[in-house]
Design a binder for this molecule. Structure first.
Ligand code: SAH
Length: 353
């Protein structure tokens, strides 16, 4: 079995290469090819001898994402990729352009175990964790394809990042490495449905990333109906972990709140949410639910969304309404993988350019 060389940290790579009796400057060269240049084949490493490239390719492989489909939004130039992994599995990533630069939304797993009732990622089931190299390859492939430099990462694609904790941490270390993509931790957001013990573990690392919680409900009754994870870690435990996270890291925690008509969008719900979050340094992102065919969730009306936001604001909770990017290209994650698996991904679903 070959090892994924892109999933090694600099120190691990250095150790492995020294065991192959290579001088230490080779580690820097190879790390740069893998992480700064995003090489997907040893033959691209032109400052290594052919012999050395052969030695490496006998022991290692390089994880890669090849572009299976690509969709460009006609509305806002958001680009969505369906990537094919080395073993033939599919994942999705989205590249969005903001004033401050390009942001990529990456997947952390093939499928998801969490079972949230509004989400498409979980519909096709869970298959496996992504390696750290595969998470990073989404950035390399998109950068090369669009000829851009990506400055911000959100882990809001397919999968639950805290359910793939070790690989996600290695990924963060490698993208942050100045010899690699050199992306600041402050430009990275990790989104979780609320795996409380892992939030505490993440806290211990004291990283400067932004932690976002997919909350989507003001109380346990509503949350447990839509998010099974709430049966294991209830809202009190989750919010206490977030308060502690803010205290320990000095970072403001964000909450994602998807508004679903008649489910979680009343002014009473907004008031209850304000009380739960009272006194916490936080931010609430209100998101009109994206329609997922099998799910039958209706978007809240615009006036209801504003009413909800106003209740939060009046109660001292910072809240913004998320601009929906790429709405014409199924940009919310999970939808393409599912269509592909069913053999339903066709020109009619989105305009494939
Ligand atoms: N598992 C992690 C990472 C996925 S992030 C998490 O739950 O946070 C994807 C985000 O999109 C989450 O906030 C998720 O709850 C939200 N989401 C999923 N389906 C959606 C839909 N149909 N409409 C709007 N947001 C949705």
């Amino acid at each position: 079995m070959k090892t994924d060389i892109k999933s090694l940290t600099f120190e691990q790579l250095n150790k492995e290469l020294s065991e192959l009796s290579l001088p230490s400057f080779r580690t820097g060269q190879i790390f740069k090819w893998l992480h700064e240049n995003g090489c997907s084949d040893f033959s691209e490493m032109t400052n290594l001898s052919k012999n050395l490239r052969n030695v490496l390719s006998e022991k290692y492989y390089i994880s890669d994402c090849s572009i299976e489909n690509k969709f460009i939004s006609e509305i806002d130039d958001t680009v969505k990729y369906l990537f094919r992994l080395n073993d033939g599995e599919y994942i999705e990533s989205v590249v969005m352009k903001y004033k401050y630069g390009y942001t990529i939304c990456v997947s952390s797993q093939v499928g998801c175990k969490m079972g949230c009732t509004f989400c498409a990622s979980t519909l096709a089931g869970f298959c496996r964790n992504l390696t750290s190299g595969e998470i990073e390859s989404q950035i390399h492939s998109a950068q090369k394809d669009l000829n851009i430099r990506i400055s911000h990462i959100v882990m809001m694609g397919i999968g639950e990042p805290l359910d793939n904790f070790d690989n996600v941490l290695t990924f963060l270390k490698n993208v942050n490495d100045s010899k690699g993509l050199n992306i600041s931790m402050r430009n990275v957001t990790i989104s979780t449905c609320g795996i409380v013990p892992k939030i505490y573990e993440l806290m211990e690392r004291n990283l400067q990333i932004t932690l976002t919680i997919s909350l989507h409900a003001p109380n346990d009754k509503i949350r447990s109906k839509t998010m099974p994870v709430n049966n294991k870690y209830n809202m009190d435990k989750l919010i206490e972990a977030c308060r502690e996270y803010g205290r320990r890291t000095g970072r403001r925690v964000s909450f994602e709140y998807t508004l679903i008509k008649g489910v979680n969008d009343s002014e009473k719900d907004a008031l209850e949410l304000s009380q739960k979050l009272k006194g916490m340094l936080c931010h609430v992102n209100l998101i009109p639910v994206n329609d997922v065919k099998e799910r039958n969730n209706e978007r809240s009306s615009q006036p209801d969304i504003f009413k909800f936001q106003n209740v939060l604001k009046r109660n001292g909770i910072n809240a913004t309404i998320r601009r929906t990017l790429g709405s014409d290209i199924n940009a919310s994650c999970g939808q393409l993988r599912r269509l592909k698996k069913r053999g339903d991904l066709c020109e009619d679903c989105c305009q494939n350019r």
